[in-house]
Design a protein around this ligand. Structure first.
Ligand code: PLP
Length: 472
């Protein structure tokens, strides 16, 4: 493709993208396709000769688009959002145009230094002290894995990296509500999933510190080695908030690594009125949150903060001859701050997003999302046929239809959800709370307005009536 064709197609694509942003709200949120529908339209083998860009773009529109779930739609209220902003999309275009591999300072000095400064901006924005230093990672899963491996190495004076495991039996602790990425990290770090203790939670679905302490003592008695606690600010199911300060005190007492997983809810710490969630975080060893979930920065971009970067570097540093540079003593080489060697220039997205929205612009949207969560919680509370199933500290609401025989409630609620989602006007998902089938809506889309939430609530009530007529 020559420069002039690139310019022409680039303009076409940007026009298409701008239209998409304005029209996406009217698309069915979930595609109306069956398994295999897309696959059968794709050629079995790669084309031998070049194809025209117009044909490629046409197939994108005709084959791919009908099979897309629209995460960008304000009617997408499933899982957690992966929101974005137009500024982050434009930054992503520049990033891929430059195509820089930002593994060490020398491979793009501006990327390394912008990353350093962006992590300082973020640190200050969410109210972490100067005792923390940040680095960008691809996902929270990778950051949590890094935390557990670093904990392992700090505890063994970096000997497992050197010699491998001897007979260490490390134990990791987290609440029953913790994200599955912790299970995965425990497996990959070599501890064995049997050594992950899932601690009981209270009526707010937050870890019970006294049970944590008893479990640690029991494990010590058995000759095991308690290593780390992963606490959550905003669990995935109900956005429960673990008591960070109490957990931190236990970690200090037993010399355990304390990693705080705030993947989703961390963004809400931009609001001074939400900082209570992180009270005690100053004693943690590491903290992770995802600007790619709720901070208007398109996937992927994870902010990982550590108290002592030397533990990270001592764990992950590599120094093959072909990567040595003459400035290694003066700069941060982020390849040594995590698992992958190659690194994308993600700091550019943060720079664009934070400047284009301003901290106040970000705060305003987060406040709105939290207010919408509270609004729906109130509607559910006041409705005689619905009930809340978990507290709503943020913008995720867990509830169910309840006016029927207890036996059928799971089926009825599932049918309400499926029939709402089948309209294409809304997409949300379920969770299970103490074994109870739960409707769960999360409000984090960049362009979410009150009327989207009102429409969602009306639609759910309408479908509930329809489903009940069937069951009556
Ligand atoms: C989404 C989520 C994760 C995983 O995030 P990735 O960036 O996709 O790895 C971890 N913990 C919590 C609480 C989450 O909500």
């Amino acid at each position: 493709m020559d420069a002039e064709s690139f310019r022409k197609h680039g303009h076409e694509l940007v026009d298409w993208m701008a239209d998409y942003f304005t029209e996406v709200e009217n698309y069915p949120v979930m595609p109306q396709v069956k398994p295999g529908d897309i696959l059968k339209q794709l050629p079995k083998s790669a084309p031998q000769s070049a194809e025209g860009f117009d044909d490629i773009f046409k197939d994108f529109k005709d084959i791919i688009m009908p099979g897309m779930t629209h995460w960008e739609s304000p009617n997408f209220m499933a899982y957690f959002p992966a929101n974005k902003s137009k500024a982050s999309v434009l930054a992503e275009m520049l990033m891929s145009t430059l195509g820089a591999q930002c593994m060490v300072w020398l491979t793009s000095p501006a990327a390394a230094e912008l990353e350093e400064q962006m992590m300082e901006w973020l640190r200050e924005m969410i109210g972490l002290s100067e005792n923390f230093t940040g680095v960008i990672q691809d996902t929270a899963s990778t950051a949590t894995l890094s935390a557990l491996i670093t904990a392992r190495e700090r505890a063994t004076k970096y000997q497992i990296n050197e010699k491998g495991f001897k007979n260490e039996r490390f134990v990791v602790y987290a609440s029953k509500e913790i994200h599955s990425s912790i299970d995965k990290a425990v497996k990959i770090a070599g501890f064995g999933i049997e050594q992950l203790r899932k601690i009981e939670v209270d009526e707010h679905f937050a870890l019970k510190p006294e049970v944590l302490k008893e479990q640690i003592q029991a494990d010590i008695k058995l000759g095991l080695q308690p290593l780390a606690v992963v606490s959550a600010i905003g669990t995935t199911s109900t956005t429960a908030i673990d008591p960070i300060a109490a957990i931190g005190a236990i970690c200090e007492q037993y010399n355990l690594w304390h990693h705080v997983d705030a993947a989703y809810a961390g963004t809400a710490l931009v609001l001074p009125e939400m900082r209570w969630m992180a009270e005690g975080v100053e004693s943690a060893d590491s903290f992770v949150f995802n600007p790619h979930k709720w901070m208007f920065t398109n996937f992927d971009c994870t902010a990982y903060f550590v108290k002592d970067p030397s533990t990270l570097v001592n764990t992950f540093a590599i120094m093959p001859d072909y990567l040595k540079t003459s400035v290694d003593d003066e700069v941060k080489n982020y390849r040594d701050w995590g698992i992958p060697l190659g690194r994308r220039f993600r700091a550019l997205k943060l720079w664009f997003v934070i400047r284009e929205m301003g901290v106040e612009g970000i705060q305003e949207k987060i406040r709105k999302h939290i207010a919408l969560g509270k609004w729906l919680a109130e509607q559910v509370n006041e409705h005689k046929d619905f009930e809340l199933l978990a507290p709503v500290p943020l913008n995720t609401v867990c509830f169910r239809y309840k006016s029927a025989s207890a036996k059928k409630l799971a089926d009825i609620n599932k049918e309400i959800m499926n029939s709402v989602n089948a309209t294409g006007k809304l997409f949300f998902t379920q969770t299970s709370i103490n074994g109870v089938f739960t409707l769960r809506l999360a409000f984090g889309n960049t362009n979410l307005e009150a009327y989207h939430v009102e429409n969602a609530w009306n639609l759910i009530q309408e479908k509930a009536v329809e489903v009940m007529e069937k069951y009556a």
